[in-house]
Write a protein that binds this ligand. Sequence first.
Ligand code: SF4
Length: 455
Amino acid sequence: METGKVIDFKSLTEKVGRFNLSNKTCLIPEMNRIGSHLLAAVFRGFGINAKIMDTYKGLDLGMEYTSGKECYPCQITMGDILYYMQEEAKLLGEDFDPEEYIYFMPEADGPCRFGMYNKYQRIVLDSFPGLSRLKIGSLSTEDGYSLAGIIEDGRVKDLRKASYFSVVIGDVLDRLLWRIRPYEKRPGLTDDFIESAMHLMAETLERLGPAKNFNKILDRLEEIIEEAKRIIDLAVPPKPLIGIVGEIYLRTHVQANQDVIRVLEGYGAEVVNASIAEWVNYISYDGLREAKAGFRLALRQFRLGPMKKHLKDMISFGGDLFYQEFRQKKVYRRVRPLIDLAEDHRVGHLEEILTEKDLLDFDVGTEACLSIPGIMEYAREGYNGVVNVYPFTCMPSTITSAIVSPLMNEIGIPYLDTPYDSSSQPGREAAIRTFMYQANQHFNRNGRKGGTEKR
Ligand code: SF4
């Protein structure tokens, strides 16, 4: 730490929140590579100077300025922003002004530690003399990641719609990668293709996103899918299908999870990871659920003020959820006739599974509400194994593991927990290899979702 003043509580409210992004550079951490780049492209289309920060290059800095008790994603993103600032200062010299940037770090109001990342990072940034002027732009699950205030009011709704659309497109490109790579004609073809497809889609979203010209964007996506299909070697037979669930950052951040999908593929798997849009839908669903419960309580107590507030929330969250599910469905309706990509489950359906099997209550909140029923659905649909990917000590994923491991044992589906921190565990590869051996046996005995005929 470079100054004596470590904690300034005023700073947590004045320099963490929703800020207008005009004339600022909005720095977005790279979580899932494709989705982050597409989101930044949409922001740029709306006139926001959005940049994706290099990730993982500042891990040493992240480790230096955390104690080791924080969640791993907090350490990585801490390192990302410190590294970016350090490099920018070197590049710009005297012209470097931290006030010109807004560092984008959302939060959750749920029971786990995600709500504390930006507070902790604020304290660390404040300990550097210059960086105390770098504001943290934070969206919260509390209001369903509302974008109000970051650009002029009249364009907020369009920005939100286009941003959500980019999230779904990012999911589709990710799923295209995982669908094709295990069957590619030559190693490396799919990675190269998807990298250029990402840039193409980013350029398209930046140009057409602000006008919400979604059909035209989907035309371009269809062309990409048609081209991608040519990479598949039709002679390669179907492989065991593995589903991934877990903590959103770890399961999508390739460096943090030590490229677990590629490692699984190396042992003969085809993999489907849970999506990002599912989490966004869950936030709206949960907001609607809470608003309904609040309304019922206020109605019983006949308190008009709270009734009005909860009704307003119900309309707002309900409207978001309806729009998101409608838009997501439309995208998958366009792409699924071209290639058999896995579609997301409706969050309402996932809650039904939890209730029906009495596994967990949605009131608990967190990603466990998605992971547990997600695993049950993978099992029902005929996947050959499930992997739970999460940061070491992650609370929701540990709950998931505790509930799901005995169930998977009972129904005979291979299941693997893979907690990650920055260390390389010597037994990891052996555990994955053993898991894939079991998944192969399951596949040979039961076949898989989508059949075993050549594709
Ligand atoms: S989900 Fe897990 S890793 Fe993420 S903040 Fe919560 S406890 Fe930490």
